[in-house]
Design a protein around this ligand. Structure first.
Ligand code: FNR
Length: 203
């Protein structure tokens, strides 16, 4: 069974990105298992904490979860035309130690999408993630684009995705990604060593 893990990069209670993630889970094909993970509880990265105590428990747990999945969906907000700090901070922790990157992320299918109440649709945030994905050594899926502007028009007050056209786009997005992720079939054991995360040696 193909296992996809979606992560929303916002802690906000009424987060549009968390709402988009829930919609993707609802609309995912029955042939896959779609789970959600949160970045809640991950502290601000501090190299001294890492050196003295290793990884905080929420980071350790999320790392091991990621190491078991076939595909990842990053549902990203956009902050200041770029990556949202809390989400990037979580990925920074998850990339430690760098020698673990191939086991945790290497070769896993990854899709990006995002939502904003603004007009820019998270396009710049999604582009800003690309160099990070290269360091992680994931297999990015670029088959469809799911970038939601003016999110307040598409989600109701409970966070449900109520726009029929966008629901169809979201359904096609997650179905296309599921098909791609099946092809990747990253090993569940976490024993993956190939392909290497391309940028690891340089960071
Ligand atoms: C934003 N927001 C924002 N939106 C956007 O479309 N482009 C941007 O560059 C920014 N910049 C930005 C910076 C900072 C510091 C904040 C806090 C917010 C607005 C942002 O899209 C909005 O707060 C979303 O609601 C955040 O996503 P969630 O929490 O709804 O998932």
């Amino acid at each position: 069974m193909t296992l996809i893990l979606g992560i929303a990069g916002s802690l906000r209670r009424g987060s549009y990105n968390a709402a988009l993630l829930r919609a993707l889970r609802e609309l995912a094909p029955a042939s896959i298992v779609f789970e959600e993970a949160s970045i809640r509880g991950i502290p601000v990265y501090d190299g001294d904490v890492e050196a003295e105590s290793g990884l905080p428990e929420p980071v350790r747990a999320l790392k091991e979860k990621i190491a078991t999945v076939d595909g990842l969906v990053f549902v990203t907000p956009e902050y200041n035309n770029s990556l949202p700090g809390p989400f990037k901070n979580a990925i920074d922790w998850l990339s430690r130690p760098a020698a673990d990157i191939p086991r945790v992320f290497g070769g896993r299918a990854l899709a990006l999408c995002g939502a904003t109440p603004g007009p820019g649709a998270t396009n710049l945030a999604q582009v800003a993630w690309l160099p990070v994905l290269r360091v992680l050594g994931v297999r990015p899926w670029l088959g469809r684009f799911l970038s939601v502007p003016n999110a307040n028009k598409f989600f109701d007050e409970s966070g449900a995705l109520v726009d029929e056209k966008l629901r169809e786009r979201a359904r096609a997005f997650i179905a296309g990604f599921a098909e791609f992720a099946v092809g990747s079939q990253a090993p569940r054991s976490g024993a993956r060593s190939e392909p290497k995360a391309s940028g690891v040696e340089k960071v």
